[in-house]
Design a protein around this ligand. Structure first.
Ligand code: ZN
Length: 638
């Protein structure tokens, strides 16, 4: 389902006045709004955005200093610290700061941003090359390790940071650095240059975004070249196979996202950007099909992507084991980037549905309440109690049973920071006819349609605690316009002003009066969810969802004599709200202590007890110390 069939072209937009936005395509079904056009009010997301601003940014900056990754820009090659892609974490922090500045115009934040930019700029070489890990005496030569070196990936995040700054402030030192780097990339990897791609996509969406900022078509052409080159085996074969970096088949021939999940989503996001800007509808259709196949067969209930730890990668179709879910936080960010671009291009409600699921169950899950500890992976089933990572040490491994302050590969905290700082951009869009609300959060929206008509909305809601959303018109033209509201796929029984509405979009076209309100009730209540039988690892299990939020059972909520793995959920008893969570009926089965775990099939069940069990939102899990946890519970009916 699409909002309307007409392509709308974005007129030249003064993004600085609007507070900037991530991904600003020049055409498509929907136009993004800026970070000063949508303001989050107190509620679920504003709290997280505020913690990001007040705690996470400083936490990240401290760790970048402490781990030496910021210092790398002024260190000798022999003293360089951190992994080969450590520069990119500095750039992602700069991007987060730039978006945050767009929203708040905080001068202290601006000063911190500028001091980091000075250090970065000092390391750029006269020809535009900038990377602390290659090219200097004692280091490997430039571009000698494209499969693992991440040089172009790092430029990608540098450019994304500069794009954020250009859209929220205007040209500055970082923008100049990024343009010099982009020009250098075009010189080295252009049509007559190295016929190669980076092992980690990211330069592709960045170059298209820089084209959108500068109008320099050379950047768009370079991004298109990188997209078209991939899949032609310019990278060497590796132990995980070339699918790991999507170099197995050309983008246009692939049917589904595969390989490393962050690489796959970043590449697809960049390819959507290229398709939109070059008018390549064939490529856009291919990516839309890949997205649908990936969501249908390779995505966790949480929206998480990546079922394999070994290579942080998608598994085969329906290989989605909950206890081995990798579901990297960054893959959640990449999935939102991709779905957002497809939503802007095509207007299909399904993209916004997946963004909502991913935001509430991956993005909201990863950080601790205080914004200083993070999940890298997001398992759906924790079998053993974890131990608290030390507050003053880098976690050596991605896998962690509790949130950790920093990692040797610390891509996820900085990716969260830039996402939270720009979160308001995902709430709503506009087109020639009016405004579309995609995500429900307490917020104000003030924008002007292309014909100059001003529209103001105020959204009041405690969503997702309840499904009641009041949308008040605070500024309306005296001519008809269209307010479009997304009805999530899960929202059976939803009503608008008391009238039943079906999942999809509901469009209200009329001459709204200033001060009038519409009331949406999304019927948020606990519900049982099953899985496709081909997802063998959860066959016979059920999960509990409530609105957009996935729930889980944690051992800290159970009596000591009831282990999580002994629970069988009785789907015959409807789950109800209560006890600060959702209460379900469970049977407790005995857990045999045999020397061989494969007995004959049971006859009658061996239930020993029945209990009421409280499930809590998955995004809060492990917030009360070590715990075992399950999202999917075996059903008593199998
Ligand atoms: Zn990550």
């Amino acid at each position: 389902m699409t909002i309307n069939e007409a392509q709308t072209t974005v007129p030249a937009i003064d993004w600085k006045r609007r507070g900037g936005t991530p991904a600003a395509p020049s055409n498509g079904r929907l136009r993004p709004l800026g970070l000063r056009e949508v303001t989050l009010l107190p509620g679920f997301w504003q709290r997280r955005q505020d913690v990001n601003r007040s705690a996470s940014l400083a936490h990240i900056e401290r760790w970048l200093e402490r781990a030496g990754w910021l210092g790398n820009f002024s260190r000798t090659p022999q003293e360089r610290r951190g992994r080969e892609f450590a520069d990119s974490e500095v750039y992602k922090l700069l991007e987060a700061m730039a978006w945050e500045f767009g929203r708040t115009r905080d001068p202290r934040l601006d000063a911190r941003y500028r001091s980091i930019v000075r250090r970065v700029a000092a390391a750029q070489l006269p020809d535009g090359y900038l990377n602390t890990n290659f090219g200097r005496p004692g280091q490997q030569p430039r571009y000698s390790d494209l499969e693992w070196g991440h040089e172009l990936y790092c430029y990608g995040h540098l450019i994304q940071a500069a794009v954020a700054r250009a859209r929220t402030f205007g040209a500055d030192e970082l923008v100049e650095v990024a343009i010099r780097a982009a020009d250098h990339v075009c010189e080295v990897f252009g049509p007559d240059g190295l016929n190669a791609v980076c092992g980690h996509p990211e330069i592709e969406p960045a170059l298209v975004e820089l084209y959108r900022v500068t109008g320099e078509t050379r950047y768009l052409e370079q991004a298109r070249l990188f997209v078209e080159r991939r899949g032609h085996q310019t990278l060497p074969d590796i132990e995980f196979g070339r699918a790991y970096f999507q170099d197995d088949v050309p983008v246009r021939q692939a049917e589904v996202l595969r390989g490393h999940a962050v690489r796959a989503t970043y590449l697809a996001a960049g390819a959507v950007d290229v398709a939109v800007e070059t008018g390549d509808t064939e490529l856009l259709d291919v990516l839309s099909r890949q997205w649908r196949a990936t969501v249908a067969r390779r995505t966790y209930l949480t929206g998480g992507m990546g079922a394999r730890h070994q290579d942080e990668a998608f598994g085969e179709d329906f290989v989605l084991p909950p206890d081995r879910a990798y579901s990297e936080t960054c893959a959640g960010v990449g999935s939102v980037m991709l779905a957002w671009r497809l939503l802007l291009a095509e207007g299909d409600v399904r993209y916004a549905d997946l963004i909502e699921r991913t935001l509430f169950n991956v993005i909201a899950t990863a950080p601790s309440d205080d914004g200083t500890r993070f999940f890298y992976t997001n398992t759906l089933h924790q079998r053993v109690l974890g131990t608290e990572p030390p507050a003053d040490a880098l976690m050596p491994r991605a896998a962690s049973t509790l949130r950790a302050p920093w990692f040797e590969v610390s891509c996820c905290p900085t990716n969260l920071a830039r996402t939270f700082a720009s979160l308001a951009a995902y709430v709503a869009t506009s087109d020639d006819e009016g405004v579309q609300v995609h995500q429900y959060a307490a917020a104000t929206i003030r924008t002007a349609l292309p014909d100059g008509r001003d529209i103001g909305l105020r959204i009041d809601t405690d969503y997702p605690a309840s499904g009641r959303v009041t949308i008040r018109v605070t500024d309306a033209p005296d001519t008809p316009w269209t307010l479009t509201l997304r009805i999530p796929r899960w929202a059976a029984g939803a009503t608008l002003d008391g009238v039943a509405v079906a999942p999809g979009h509901v469009r209200l076209r009329r001459r709204f009066q200033t001060g009038e309100a519409v009331v949406l009730d999304l019927a948020v209540r606990p519900r049982l969810t099953a899985a496709d039988a081909r997802i063998d690892s959860v066959r016979g299990c059920v999960a509990i969802e409530r609105g957009p939020v996935v729930f889980c059972v944690e051992s800290v909520d159970l009596p000591p004599y009831v282990p999580v793995e002994a629970l069988r959920l009785n789907p015959g008893v409807a789950p109800v709200d209560g006890d600060g969570g959702v209460i379900v009926a469970c049977r407790v089965t005995s857990l045999p202590d045999e020397d061989w775990p494969y007995p004959p099939p049971p006859g009658r069940g061996s239930d020993v007890d029945s209990v009421s069990v409280t499930l809590r939102p998955y995004h809060d899990w492990a917030g009360r110390g070590p715990s075992t946890m399950r999202v999917w519970l075996p059903s008593t009916v199998q």
